[in-house]
Design a binder for this molecule. Sequence first.
Ligand code: UTP
Length: 293
Amino acid sequence: MSKPITKAVIPAAGLGTRMLPIAKAVPKEMLPIVDRPALSYLVEEAVASGITDILIITGRGKGAIEDYFDYSPEYDQKLLASGKSALVDELHAICNAANISFIRQKETRGLGHAVACARAFVGDDPFVVMYGDDIIFSEVPATKQLMDAYARYGLGAAAVKAVPDELVCKYCSLKAEPIPGSDRDWHVTDMIEKPRPEQIWTNLSILGRVLLPPDIFDILGQTPPGAGGEIQLTDAMRTLARRDGMTAVDFEGERFDLGSKLGLMMANVTRAAVHPEIGAEFRAFLREFAAKL
Ligand code: UTP
C-alpha cells in the first residue's frame, strides 16, 4: 500500500516577468479570476483531492498572498454589523480550508530551487507540487488524478498534455511510452527542459502539477543550474525518471497559464460565463460583443 499523500507545495515566488507591469505590485498568483485569486482555486483543488497541509513558497513583495489566507477583522465587523454573517463564514472558510503555511524563497533561482525550500515541511512523505500560476478546471481534480496514478504505479507522476511544437520548445519534452491497458497513462524514462527541435522525443509536456517522492530533495541538491541559469525542477525529475521511471498522466481538464496575459483573460472569460452571480449577464454581453468582431 503506498503512503497517503496529504501535503502540497505551491511555489509562488517567481517574478512573473511575462505579467509586467502589474506583477511589479501584485503577485501574478493573486491576479483575479472573476473575484478570487488564482491561488484560491489551487487551494480548493488541493483540499478536494484530500490534501490537508499546504506550503506556499512566497518572496519579497508577495505579502498579499498571506493576507488573503488570514482573517480580516475589519471586514468581519462591518459585515456582521450589516447582517452578512454568511459572507463572514465564507471568508473564514478560505483561511481554514487547510493548514496553510508560508516560507520565503530569498532569491528567485528557479522552480527547482523554490521546491527545495519545502524540504523541512515535506519530510519523508511523497508530496504534490502545484505551480502557483497554473489553473486546471476538471471534474476529478487534477491533483487527485496524479494521486490515483501514484496509487496505481507507486512512481512519481506528472500532469501532461500533448502541446504544439512551438510550445514544447518553451516547456519540456518527455521520453514516454503509453502504458498498455490505460487510455491516459504513460511511462516516462527521460525528459528535457526547453528542448531544441532535434531534442524533442514526444509533444507531451508537463503542465502545472507533479507528484514527487521525497528523494527529489537530494537530487535537487545535486542539480546544477540549467536553462535560463535557474535550478530547473525538470532537470531533477529527469534524474528521477532515468533512475526509477515516472508516470505521465494525460489529465482530464482545461488548463490555463495565468502567468501569461492570454491565459489570464481566457480563464476569466471561461469562469465569468458560468459564474452564479454574473454568468447570465456576462454571456449576453459576450454574444453582443462577439457579433461585432
Ligand atoms: P514560472 O517560470 O511560470 O514563473 O514558474 P516566473 O519565473 O515567475 O515566470 P516569468 O517567465 O518571469 O513570467 C512557475 C511557478 O513557479 C514559481 C512561480 O511563482 C510560478 O508560480 N517560481 C518560479 C518560484 O516560486 N520561484 C522561482 O524562482 C521561479
